[in-house]
Design a protein around this ligand. Structure first.
Ligand SMILES: Nc1ncnc2c1ncn2[C@@H]1O[C@H](COP(=O)(O)OP(=O)(O)O)[C@@H](O)[C@H]1O
Ligand SMILES: [Mg+2]
Length: 331
């Protein structure tokens, strides 16, 4: 937390994560996350957007300590996660939870809803009655009724199943949740319902959320700030509206131009021309340049080639605080 102004719940600094390539030669690896820094402010939602394979889920799992980074550091509520014992991680677990994309495959098919939701209460010290009460309270919080408790996942609609997935994440009263593509597998009408629920819960529970999606429209709807990931790096981030209204990085521009319904009046040819221009600019853009602040809270990778970036290095802060804290938060 910098200057005492903004309370930061989760802070990541320069995270790197590689995975061995399956079937590759020994030592060959893919860099899933190539130096990501971000801050999540208490009660705010940061949208993480980018195409499939850009490293979004890996960032989410690193922040939740479900994966260990190869390098870089993470703090949660002021406590470093870097060298935690497994016992200490277990103690923190109820405070940080995840909601997955596919509600059916994420829910154990052989358990009834009550047990699925209660599962995440295991590390929490409650007696049987308190446990039952807490599960029912959470089921109601996500807009479901008592009758759902005895059902199996296959007896639920897609929307109900995703509500159960959310209840399972919320039952331990977490401060931080990662919502990873939580509406991507749902029908469009159900998506809107689940997003509305998430917005409602966020303000009622003061949840801090990392909202991951490949869908720009969805991110725009729920996020205070957004970060755009491309090939393991954040290439641009800022207050959501500003990012959408004045995108700078060619990859962000490409994403925005590709949203269905963007520029409905443009002809097919002019759209294709624009897309090609963005692609050409993207190919020429330095891949690993540092983020620079172009307007308050709006950061983008420095467009200048490495040799010309002398003097722009203030963007790489040395004090472990990261650019994400800079602006764009909700009051
Ligand atoms: N457990 C894993 N083992 C090997 N490679 C992985 C693993 N998880 C992710 N990757 C690779 O890391 C890259 C980033 O993946 P991911 O974080 O899932 O991206 P996204 O969520 O943006 O689609 C991809 O190339 C993916 O294949
Ligand atoms: Mg993913």
């Amino acid at each position: 937390m910098k200057g005492g102004k903004v309370a930061v719940l989760v802070a990541a600094h320069d995270l790197v994560k590689r995975f061995p390539i399956r079937g590759g030669r020994r030592g060959e690896s893919v860099v899933a996350v190539a130096g990501v820094s971000l801050d999540l402010e208490v009660g705010a939602t940061l949208g993480l957007v980018g195409e499939s394979g850009s490293g979004k889920s890996t960032v989410g799992r690193l922040l939740l300590h479900l994966l260990r980074p190869d390098s870089g550091s993470i703090t949660f509520d002021g406590q470093s996660l870097d060298h935690l014992s497994s016992g200490a991680v277990r103690k923190l677990r109820p405070r940080m939870q995840i909601v997955f994309q596919n509600p059916y495959s994420a829910l154990n098919p052989r358990m009834v809803v009550e047990d699925i939701v209660a599962f995440n209460l295991q590390p929490v010290n409650l007696n049987g009655k308190q446990r039952k009460d807490r599960v029912l309270e959470t089921i109601r919080l996500v807009g479901l009724g008592r009758e759902i408790l005895s059902r199996y996942p296959h007896q639920l609609s897609g929307g109900q199943a995703q509500r159960v997935g959310i209840a399972r994440a919320l039952v331990s009263n977490p401060d931080f949740i990662v919502a990873d593509e939580i509406v991507s597998a749902l029908d469009v009408s159900v998506q809107a319902e689940i997003l509305a629920l998430l917005l409602d819960l966020r303000s009622r529970l003061r949840l801090t959320t990392l909202f991951i999606s490949h869908n720009l429209n969805v991110v725009r709807y729920v996020s205070d700030r957004a970060a755009v990931m491309y090939k393991g790096r954040i290439v641009e981030m800022g207050p959501t509206k500003q990012l959408y209204d004045s995108p700078i990085h060619p990859y962000t521009r490409l994403l925005i131009a590709s949203v269905p319904g963007a520029e409905p009046d443009a002809s097919l040819e002019s759209r294709e021309r624009e897309r090609r221009e963005h692609l050409d600019q993207l190919a020429a853009y330095p891949v690993d340049s540092p983020l620079i602040e172009v307007s308050p809270g709006h950061w983008v990778q420095d467009p200048r080639p490495a040799g010309e970036q002398v003097g722009s290095r203030q963007a790489e802060r040395k004090d472990n605080s990261t650019p994400m804290a800079a602006n764009g938060r909700k009051p």
